[in-house]
Design a protein around this ligand. Sequence first.
Ligand code: SAM
Length: 378
Amino acid sequence: MARLVRLAYTAGMDIREKMRRDWDRRARIDPRYWVAATQDATVESYEASGDRDAAMLVAGLRGRVGPEANVLDLGCGMGRLTVRAAERFGHVDGVDISPEMIEVARREHGARPGVAFHVNSGADLAGFPDAAYDLVFSYAVLSHVPPEVARAYFREVSRVLRPGGWFRYQFWVGRDQFSGSSDTISIRVYSPETFQQLNRDAGFSLHEIEEIDYEDPILQLKPVWVNAQKVGDPVAAGEGPREAADADDTSGRTLEYDLLLYLAIQHAEHGATAEAERVLEEAVGVDPKRPEAYIQWAAHRLDRDDVKGARTLFQAATEQVPTCAPAWLYQAQMCALLDDVAGANLALKAVAALANVEPEVKREAAALRRRLNRPRRR
Ligand SMILES: C[S@@+](CC[C@H](N)C(=O)[O-])C[C@H]1O[C@@H](n2cnc3c(N)ncnc32)[C@H](O)[C@@H]1O
């Protein structure tokens, strides 16, 4: 059980390292889910999302970028849009901070002509020459990085674009919403003024800004596709990404945990219970102080009659979240099933000592207590 409480967040880490570690972790869990297919987490929905987003990418360019174009996909993930763009343009370089994502991209698409995949530092395009690209595009990347990293990228994109080249990217513009500086998953929303300045400072002139037909349920906002053209050079550099390092910041943790619970439910609904358990273990690593993943995980163990395994997980839950009355009750129930009456009574005592226990949990606990302590017939 020691594995269960391994902490996923470590202090004192450079923001680039943290972005890489977080995205590598997501790639190891399920790269498709984390890059796109959050609805039902299937290969089919992933492919459909790629077709849809690539169609928007190309249509929105309005024929301004020709078939011979040299293109860069910033934050390419496992190459979902890179390979589709390669069907339309001369050559596409996919660039991503996560070696794990790039490994999947190379495995799945590496042999394909017209694409190449590269790992980068997470804040610049070092190694890519000046004025080499006709188009840089980026989907679902720039909103996940801290603002100073986004600023650094706008300048770098400007540097690698030829004069008059196009930067087409997905972004969120509305009322300013910035999560913690080291959050690598929540969406950041830029005010129209900051958004315009970001472009201006990097030498871009804004053209079309078009809403994407999807509303984020938390932000209640739709993202936009932006067409920006390189018309000048970036103004003097702003602050670098190093200063943003604050790896103690765990502001994205709740969202990541909830997304993992959702993914586990999807796996379970598709009958992939081993996958569901693997995802729940990851969720426990992301936040050992929340009970839901232990409880869901234990339920899978119970489904396969592994009562001891379930008890161990409920025990881990009560150790980590001693105020979780249902976890104590379930622990008591597992102990009872294993004829460990002392263990069951101890867990029931813990339920009784807690305040604000749900009536149903109280009722179940009382019923179990009566059953355990009923005089036995000879
Ligand atoms: C939501 S996924 C989108 C992937 C891809 N653009 C697509 O639409 O399929 C975000 C991707 O951005 C990458 N990423 C995150 N932060 C990055 C950074 N600072 N620099 C480069 N890539 C980054 C992640 O590794 C991940 O592959």
